[in-house]
Design a protein around this ligand. Structure first.
Ligand SMILES: [Fe+2]
Length: 368
């Protein structure tokens, strides 16, 4: 394992990979994320996972300055027989020989915090990120031909009145990549915001800490209940101590609106330094990336996707989102136990201040 303060690289040995495969291989994946399933995953992680991985999971959860911005874990076991990739609404199981990758992501997520999904991002606990031809210009995990510039996932949701529903962390696991000669997939870039902030002037930092910004919610969240709004009130994009900051920013177009020229300049300088300190990662099969969504930004390059002879995308990355606890999601409806839908009210009988939620709910085909 190599460790450079803000990041770490871990290489899983063949015997550790076999150990993980043994521990999770016979477990059914529950795409709803039932409490029985999550509880069973936790038992198996703590009783059967390699000791150094369990220790690392505890370090991830610490709040000291050794906390990692991101981790890259290589040589994890994934399912054999990958023979395609799912589109939105399809499950991954039919394109490979098992559900080890889903169990692995859910297990790691359950050890770090509370894994969950948002239904317009994925209808199962574990999301499948594959490029779709009809969404190639989308600023989402299903897009391809536009660069998804550096962002904190769901930054605006940190300030929503119902509570903070921005994820604590993201886990990304590679399952499939284009063969040589077909054009490699895009790089995912990750940046430790602390390194970028260290390169800014006091004046810039002061502007970033101030309530000088309106942060817009991601496109697919706009109009969500129970408090429909498309942006925050005036908010900071930086809070907390510089050695462990909370960053709430997205640098793709029109996501953060600065209130004046001083704030605009600070935001531009921050963006420039985030790019300068970032690292490019190829999420190849068996490689997992942990992103600390408090102070690590991520991006995905634009790319021209390639498809196999069945028109299935070669690029297939699975993702799970993790939150500290599920309390703040109580304002959202549920499609399944841990698959939340912010366009649905929790229950018709609850006194939520919202009118006619059904009318605002777009068809799934529009969301994808
Ligand atoms: Fe993202």
């Amino acid at each position: 394992m190599s460790d450079q303060g803000s990041r770490a690289e871990v290489s899983i040995t063949a015997s550790e990979a076999e150990q993980i495969r043994q521990v999770l291989g016979d477990l059914d994946y529950d795409p709803a994320g039932s409490s029985a399933y999550i509880g069973e995953l936790r038992r198996r992680v703590y009783s059967g996972f390699p000791e150094r991985l369990v220790r690392l999971l505890e370090v991830i959860k610490s709040s000291n300055s050794a906390a990692y911005a991101y981790l890259v874990v290589d040589n994890l076991p994934i399912d054999s027989g990958v023979r395609g990739s799912p589109q939105f609404g399809e499950t991954g199981r039919q394109f490979k020989d098992g559900v080890l990758s889903e169990n692995l992501l859910a297990a790691l997520g359950a050890a770090i915090g509370e894994p969950y999904s948002i239904s317009h991002e994925g209808l199962e606990l574990v999301n499948n990120l594959t490029p779709h031809k009809h969404t190639r210009n989308d600023y989402t995990g299903l897009g391809s031909e536009v660069e998804l510039d550096f962002h904190i996932e769901n930054a605006a949701q940190a300030f929503m009145p119902e509570g903070d529903t921005s994820p604590l962390a993201l886990l990304l696991l590679g399952l499939r990549a284009a063969p040589e000669g077909e054009g490699r997939g895009p790089f995912t870039r990750v940046a430790d915001a602390r390194l970028a902030l260290a390169r800014l002037s006091d004046e810039d930092l002061e502007a970033l800490y101030g309530r000088n910004f309106i942060i817009r919610v991601p496109y697919r969240w706009r109009g969500a209940t129970p408090t429909p709004r498309d942006n925050t009130d005036l908010s900071p994009v930086l809070s907390g101590p510089l050695e462990l900051p909370r960053v709430t920013v997205a640098f793709y177009p029109d996501m953060v609106l600065p209130v004046n020229q001083r704030a605009r300049t600070a935001l531009e300088n921050f963006h420039r330094e985030v790019r300068a300190v970032s690292e490019a990662i190829d999420i190849k099969p068996g490689r997992l990336v942990f992103v600390n969504n408090r102070f690590a930004l991520h991006s995905r390059d634009s790319f021209v996707p390639s498809f196999d002879s069945n028109d299935r995308a070669y690029r297939w990355v699975q993702r799970i989102m993790v939150t500290t606890n599920l309390w703040n999601f109580r304002s959202f409806g549920k499609r399944q136990e841990r698959v939340f839908d912010p366009f649905l009210l929790p229950r018709a009988s609850e006194p939520v201040r919202s009118r006619n939620a059904d009318a605002r709910q777009p068809a799934l085909s529009e969301q994808a």
